[in-house]
Every structure is written in structure tokens, then in C-alpha cells.
Ligand binder design. Structure first.
Ligand SMILES: Cc1cc2nc3c(=O)[nH]c(=O)nc-3n(C[C@H](O)[C@H](O)[C@H](O)COP(=O)(O)OP(=O)(O)OC[C@H]3O[C@@H](n4cnc5c(N)ncnc54)[C@H](O)[C@@H]3O)c2cc1C
Length: 224
């Protein structure tokens, strides 16, 4: 089998590998039931499909947040270097990677995310201070905050952003649209701060605080 992760990188590679091998890939696996049978989400995480593959050779992508970390084993793996023909159809121009001292969103134990309610990129500093008090968590965002230019798009959590499942997810000024929920609903504990008591985020939250975030977040940070 060829196995990759359900990251943006994996989503670029796995379908191409499957097409070259002429097999149908099974993507975004959240549970393995048997060697050929898997559970994967569909409809933005609203339904789970049980998929049985008939392919003799499997090409799979796995959602890492759905599995416990496996302990490192003392096995040696043979790495083979292969020669590939020069590829001229596209040209490498460069890459622009956001540098951050914060942990990676996908693997952080604590994620504090802000939405449109944050009002500006500067105000995300409040969430960074809160994340620091919570042991140096990652800071994420809703698409509305990204689209408004408050923060870069590699911070986006959701259907078209990153899928996270930390021990603690704090949603601040986020309404709880289905596309956002599909990226964080598997978090172990969800805390929401929103001034609208009817915001849908409270339906998935384990703890909710219906309060203005500009009062609640500094107070919480101070008390921690
Ligand atoms: C195909 C598609 C893919 C998408 N993918 C994603 C995705 O990956 N991730 C994602 O997040 N969205 C995604 N979206 C967008 C999604 O539908 C929502 O528009 C978006 O999540 C809304 O972001 P928000 O909750 O920050 O903003 P809003 O829905 O505007 O909510 C802002 C919230 O902040 C609260 N608020 C405002 N001021 C304060 C304050 N002072 N104190 C406390 N609370 C306050 C408000 O009560 C409100 O609930 C996608 C949409 C589509 C169509």
C-alpha cells in the first residue's frame, strides 16, 4: 500500500499516485476496520461512510488527528534512491512559508482560534497571550477572519483549511458555521466565547461563555 496523510501535501500527491497506478484511492480515513475496510467523512463531516476497497494494491490517505500517536519502534527501513527523468513541464519559482514559533496547528494540544468577531489582525495578539498562558498553544482562525485579511490563510481551520483535533479548542468570536465545525469538531474539549447566546458554536461546545470577547479573553488570560 501507499499511505499518505490528509494534509494539503498528501491531497496533492495521493490522487496522482493512484491515477498512475490506475487504482481508486481511499482518502481522509478516520478509522480502519479491516485491511480493506475504512471509515471516512463525507458532506463536510456530517456523515461517515464505510468504504470497502476491492483494489489489490491500496492507495490511502489518513487523517492523522483521528489516530493516537504510535510509539517509535526500533526498526530499520530501507530507503531507496531512484533516478527520475528531468521534468520540464513546470518550473520551480520559489516558496513562501510563514515562520512562527508557535506549534503546528495540526499537532498542537491546545488551539485558540479567532473569527470575524476579532475585528482586526492586531486583536489576535489577545489570543496569542491566552495561548501562551495555556502552555503555548497554536493560534487558528475562521475563514471569515482570513478572508478579511486579519491573519494568513495557513491559520484557517475548517473544511477548506486545516483539520485539528486538539485536547482543548477555544473558539473566540466564531459563529460555528458547518464548514468551520468540520475542521475542529473532533477536538476533545471545545470552549466557545461569543456574545451571541444563540450562536451555533454553543451547540458543539462543552463549555460556553456568552460574553463580549474583549472583556472575556483579557480576564481569562489574567486569571490563568
Ligand atoms: C465551500 C466553503 C468552504 C468554507 N470553508 C471554511 C473553512 O475551512 N473554515 C471556516 O472557518 N469557514 C469556512 N467557510 C465559511 C463559513 O461558511 C463561514 O462563513 C465562516 O466560518 C464564518 O466565520 P466566523 O464564524 O468567523 O464569522 P461570522 O459567521 O460572521 O461570526 C462571527 C461571530 O463573532 C461573534 N462576535 C462578534 N463580535 C464579538 C465580540 N465582541 N465578542 C464575542 N463574539 C463576537 C458574532 O456573534 C458571530 O457569532 C466556508 C464556506 C464555504 C461556502
Amino acid at each position: 500500500a501507499v499511505v499518505g496523510t490528509s494534509s494539503k501535501f498528501g491531497a496533492t500527491i495521493i490522487p496522482r499516485v493512484a491515477a498512475l497506478l490506475q487504482v481508486s484511492p481511499v482518502t481522509d480515513i478516520v478509522q480502519i476496520l479491516a485491511k480493506d475496510t475504512f471509515i471516512r467523512p463525507m458532506y463536510a463531516g456530517n456523515a461517515l461512510a464505510k468504504v470497502q476497497t476491492k483494489e489489490g494494491f491500496q492507495v490511502l490517505s489518513i487523517r492523522p488527528t483521528s489516530f493516537e500517536k504510535a510509539p517509535l519502534q526500533d526498526t530499520t527501513v530501507t530507503v531507496e534512491t531512484i533516478e527520475v527523468a528531468e521534468f520540464t513541464d513546470s518550473v520551480w519559482v520559489g516558496e513562501s512559508v510563514q515562520q512562527s514559533d508557535r506549534p503546528d496547528l495540526g499537532s498542537a494540544a491546545v488551539v485558540v482560534s479567532g473569527g470575524r468577531g476579532m475585528q482586526s489582525g492586531e486583536n489576535f495578539g489577545l489570543l496569542e497571550q491566552l495561548a501562551d498562558k495555556l502552555g503555548g498553544g497554536a493560534v487558528g482562525a475562521s475563514r471569515a477572519a482570513v478572508d478579511a485579511g486579519m491573519v494568513p490563510n495557513d491559520m484557517q481551520v475548517g473544511q477548506t483549511g486545516k483539520v485539528v483535533a486538539p485536547d482543548l479548542y477555544l473558539a473566540v468570536g466564531i459563529s460555528g458555521a458547518i464548514q468551520h465545525l468540520s475542521g475542529m469538531r473532533d477536538s476533545k474539549t471545545i470552549v466557545a466565547i461569543n456574545k451571541d447566546p444563540d450562536a451555533p458554536i454553543f451547540q458543539v461546545a462543552d463549555y460556553g461563555l456568552a460574553q463580549d470577547l474583549f472583556e472575556a479573553v483579557p480576564e481569562l488570560t489574567e486569571k490563568l
